[in-house]
Ligand binder design. Structure first.
Ligand SMILES: [Zn+2]
Length: 255
């Protein structure tokens, strides 16, 4: 079984012994493909360290996280763009709009999102979208930028079925994570109605830890609990979920 964690910040673990242990636990659980998005200029080196240490298992994404779009966003974009040119990168991300924490930089967030979509188009890369309390704003930029090549993942999807269908119509995949295991989140009801050909899996570790480890820091090896929940919802096996979601991830990332 090959499970693909399409969005993990596993690189926040900086202790090299613990890093090795986590990767071993991932591999024993079948989670052998990890896609790592930086969030800002200072996390680029952490991503590249993981990718260089575990080249069979770890793949880089580069972008400026919407929560890190601050007054210095243009300088941040310059540094991240240089990293995108210099390294083997499989997606531009995570990028998008987040109006949950702070709306101060909403127009800068939109502009940074647009510019980074432009990078993805120029390089033929997919995008990994962070969208929180901002579906309409993200959707507006995406419909305006949409062409037959732009593709990607709505990371940590937790919206309604109507939102899911709009995303699917744009030919994007839904990144499903630990929220699907939460009893009162309602995401389970949405996921059971979505064809698995539109789904990829993710942990977003160290955040959004799935049941039964909710409350503890998340790690990529826990992706099995997300995969099992999705399998239960679709009345199929975890192996079948692993196969189709990994295949979907390969379609998106080209690896
Ligand atoms: Zn993230």
């Amino acid at each position: 079984m090959v499970l693909t964690d399409t969005h993990t910040h596993q690189y926040y673990e900086t202790d090299s012994v613990k890093k090795d242990e986590v990767i071993q636990r991932c591999i024993s659980n079948g989670v052998s493909r990890l896609f790592l998005p930086n969030v800002d200029s200072s996390s680029i080196a952490q991503v590249m360290d993981m990718v260089n240490r575990y080249p069979q298992n770890c793949f880089a994404m580069m972008g400026l996280h919407p929560c890190d779009v601050k007054a210095n966003w243009e300088e941040e974009l310059e540094v991240i763009y240089a990293a995108l040119q210099q390294n083997k990168v499989y997606a531009v991300g995570e990028i998008g709009i987040d109006l949950y924490w702070d709306k101060t930089f909403i127009s800068e967030q939109q502009e940074a999102f647009r510019q980074q979509i432009g990078w993805a188009k120029a390089a033929g890369l997919p995008i990994n979208i962070h969208c929180r309390n901002a579906f309409d704003e993200v959707y507006e930029v995406l419909t305006e930028q949409h062409d037959d090549k732009l593709r990607g993942i709505f990371h940590c999807f937790s919206g309604t079925l109507e939102h899911a269908n709009k995303i699917i119509d744009l030919d994007f995949k839904l990144g499903i994570g630990g929220v699907v295991t939460y009893k009162n989140a309602g995401l389970d009801k949405v996921v059971e109605q979505i064809d698995l050909k539109h789904v990829v899996l993710e942990t977003d570790s160290p955040y959004l830890t799935p049941v039964p480890f909710r409350g503890k820091p998340n790690e990529s090896s826990y992706l099995v609990h997300v995969a099992q929940k999705v399998a239960d919802l679709h009345r199929t096996s975890i192996e079948a979920v692993a196969e189709i979601t990994t295949e979907n991830s390969k379609t998106i990332f080209g690896v």
